[in-house]
Write a protein that binds this ligand. Sequence first.
Ligand code: GCW
Length: 647
Amino acid sequence: MQGVDPAWLPDVAFRPIGTRRTLIRGSGPLVDTVHGEVAGACERFGGRVSRESGSYDLVLELDGDDGSEGFVYERGDGCTTVTASGARGLLYGFFHVVRLGETAFLDDARRASYRPESALRMLDHWDNVAVHPVMGQVERGYAGGSLFWEDGRARGDLERVRAYGRLLAACGINAVAVNNVNVHATEARLLTDRIGEVADIAGALRPYGIRTHLSVTFAAPVVLGGLASADPLDESVRAWWAEATARVYAAIPDFGGFVVKADSEGQPGPFAYGRSHADGANMLAAALAPHGGTVHWRAFVYNHHQDWRDRSTDRARAAYDHFVPLDGEFADNAVLQVKHGPMDFQAREPVSPMIGAMPGTRLAVELQATQEYTGQQRHVCWLGPMWSEVLRFGIDGESSVGASARGGLVAVANVGDDPFWTGHPLAQANLYTFGRLAWDPNADPHHVLDEWIRLTFGSGPGLAAGLRSILDGSWRTYEKYTASLGVGFMVQPGHHYGPSVDGYEYSPWGTYHFADRDGVGVDRSVASGTGYAGQYAKPWADVYESPLSCPDELLLFFHHVSYGHMLHSSKTVIQHIYDTHFEGVAEVGAARERWASLVDLVDPARHARVAERFEEQLRSAREWRDQVNSYFFRKSGVADERGRTIY
Ligand code: GCW
């Protein structure tokens, strides 16, 4: 598409297919999509595509349509074959060949099956239709306006949405929620009289196997239907939802379902009627069930009117305390969508103890690709290693988070109408990595990064090595110069960019570090703190309970310790704070230099955009370093062992 960065699907990625002869077997809309892709590649590179037998280099065959998403790949006798028994499987098999590039036509390969670990791999867009006075068009969006909505309605030209769907399919994503979970007045109406606009978007995404979902307000029967109540057990309310949902399916037959943020940060919910969250979710599940839809019910429920003087309330405990007692009560087509950590997408958090604690409930795990707390797409912060750690975390020492997410994997999207899609061009790596990890949570994120680099930038060795060195450790670098040892927040309130150590210390949001002259951190132990550590299964409950066994990187999340407390790394807490902040800034400086050295290898517009962001990242990292170091030096009075400048 003109004027839009091709991201991981530049034309050259299609050369290996486009220079060869391809046979496509099977029929249906997704087969037509694959045919269109191959035909386009052949037009550009001189190859041939046909639907009739003959002699071919590549055979793409759909033999059935059982709705499955896997495919079988093999190569022998000079021919590469992809077979699938579901149409999406063929699409994913095709992109598998694209990813392999020339290798797909050179190396023999034994028959191997590929299929996604999870059936739902979804992006949630926090997009508003109308520009919100505080949050703008995309809540926590750092990539311009919305891809879907412009001037108060769905875009007339959905070419870009189609291109987006193509990029998503190429990394394995199969579902998109098109509006913010904070559903304001205009957006509420997408469910009813404005469903046609959602249908148009769904139409643009469908050719790439992507289902459309909608965020709805729990109060819809009141605010849209004129009913007196939204009580989930009230028959007229249930009937209203059943009818509204039927109309959605009349407009969008393959509609995915609803996403709901209820009783959370001011959104309406079942608590107002004395009902449980299972009652609320099940009502929507019942409305969706006849049509095969799913309700994604978010578990982000906590008290955001806390009193900082009250040491007994702990926001980290909230989701578990609210939802675990409801295990087994949720309908089969209700999915409980839980953030990966107990707080809110900090650069470092433990895994939410809810995951694994609800065996009778389908859980989806929510990650945040949009970099709200990780540099807002002005900083390079590749989240692959963080997500991989989360997904591979063994909740009871054994079964992993990835395997427990039976309801799917979801990420809050990081894209917008920016020409580079993601504001910071290197943030595209996060989107791509999410898709690939959602497909295979056990994939090595570093391989995924290499794959992204190769597809996006080609395989020139200098460039690839440079990009790898910039991105690979960028999350840990970010962690170093921001809040230490898992304590989190310390951001400026409201927009959440840049340092403010005490920004949330006396706020109602429940996000504290409790630093005083002697020490820092939150005591969440069972023995003397909020008891949060006890929400974990063994061995983690024991590991986290004691500062002696708690991993360094989470120490201040679980414990309040003195500045002189010795870490496993053999540094004191205070020295760790100083050292990591100096190192973090130095690492950003080095990455910026490395990027500058790649100037002749990268397209000028892309190079300039990243270079400009590096200036801001370095400025901001220094600001973080100096504020955090000065703060803790002033509190503790402990000098830096190495005598560096602290203000
Ligand atoms: O952390 C908060 C964000 C809100 C967001 C909320 C959520 C959509 O700051 O902007 O609201 O999380 O996940 O619902």
